[in-house]
Design a protein around this ligand. Structure first.
Ligand SMILES: [Zn+2]
Length: 359
């Protein structure tokens, strides 16, 4: 019985699935997880990328890819559904790289794109590392766009930088929990941190007072709301960014809970739900003063925090791995029966901290 189960899991993991919807793709189409326009914007389409290591290879040799060949199965229709988002994102990034600002609605859209890329990278690396002892994916891109609290911290890259660097998007910690990575695009560094319940409490939105872990699942219960933002929103001393964009997403799964729904109806939260959206709240930023929630059409200005000085790019990447170290420590308190596995991940992550210092 156990063997049969095991065989089933391996087969289902190997079956070709569309990275957007998770179904067998309806045509032999492929999606560039890192879109071609972005590869072109940052260098030669045919350049070689080093993407993690071949986990099945005894020497764990680095995996090399021609940039425009880093693609995975997708339905034609799913691919087309996202092509408009790609077109808009190209414009957003060109403007940001040119020193211009975006509106809150454009940031909301761009954060969706970061969700798309992040989950695409995760699924892609799961497909490449079939021998890695991870369960088959239980979600795909469609299920993870705009469904969790998210933020992006933007830092300046080295002067005149050209290139695309993905940091922390192919290692075992990311495979275990794909909820933070860094994307350096020419002159800007984007630290992307999307995690359920990451921001809700400190941004003043309903949050569960209790998290219960049982039978390998996390249950949320007993909701509360402070209805008052409390900056900084992240419980980690990230270096102040040029711009930090924060967005809390209400818990879709809790909307059916009368207590939770009642809290979302209270003035503070209700006023910040984006019109025509059910669970997305307004984009928020903060500088040295107060936080500011933005109406969709409002321009989101850079903050005054960057005056605190800029670090070298490897230091930002190193902060990502330090943040993960803390996240793994927190997880150990919550999942005592997983301590051994989490310790193992911490060891990999420590490597990331050390490598970041030599970037
Ligand atoms: Zn599909």
């Amino acid at each position: 019985m156990r063997n049969e189960q095991r065989r089933y899991i391996i087969t289902s993991a190997r079956k070709k699935r569309c990275i957007f919807c998770g179904e067998p793709p309806n045509a032999k189409n492929k999606e560039h997880v890192i879109p071609k326009w972005l590869i072109s914007l940052t260098g030669n389409l045919k350049r070689q990328w080093h993407l993690g290591v071949e986990t099945s290879h005894p020497d764990r040799k680095p995996r090399r890819f021609t940039a425009d060949q880093f693609q995975f199965p997708a339905c034609t229709s799913c691919n087309e559904r996202y092509s408009a988002l790609e077109g808009r994102t190209k414009g957003y990034l060109e403007r940001l790289l040119g020193g211009y600002n975006l509106t809150a609605a454009e940031w909301d859209d761009l954060l969706d794109w970061f969700d798309k890329v992040r989950i695409g990278l995760w699924l892609g690396h799961m497909m490449l590392n079939k021998d890695w002892p991870a369960p088959p994916p239980n979600f795909y891109i469609d299920q993870r766009i705009g469904t969790k609290d998210r933020c992006v911290l933007i830092y300046p890259n080295r002067h005149n930088s050209k290139g695309l660097v993905m940091s922390g998007a192919s290692d075992p910690v990311f495979m275990h929990k794909p909820s933070s990575f860094v994307l350096s695009i020419n002159g800007l560094i984007f630290m992307n941190i999307p995690t359920e319940l990451l921001l809700s409490k400190r941004m003043g939105f309903p949050y569960p007072k209790q998290l219960r872990y049982e039978d390998d699942r996390v249950y949320v219960e007993d909701y509360a709301v402070d209805a008052k933002p409390n900056i900084p929103f992240l419980d980690f001393p990230f270096h102040p960014p040029q711009l930090g964009v924060y967005q809390s997403i209400l818990l879709e799964s809790a909307m059916a809970d009368a207590d939770y729904e009642a809290l979302t109806d209270l003035d503070f939260t209700a006023a910040k739900i984006i019109p025509s959206q059910r669970i997305k709240t307004q984009i928020c930023t903060f500088g040295l003063g107060e936080e500011k929630f933005h109406e969709p059409g409002e321009t989101v200005e850079k903050s005054d925090l960057a005056k605190n000085g800029i670090l070298s790019p490897p230091e930002y990447v190193s902060q990502l791995f330090r943040y993960r170290q803390k996240d793994l420590d927190d997880a150990m308190k919550f999942f005592p029966d997983r301590v051994k596995f989490l310790m193992h991940l911490k060891k990999y992550n420590q490597d990331g901290i050390e490598k970041a210092q030599h970037l």
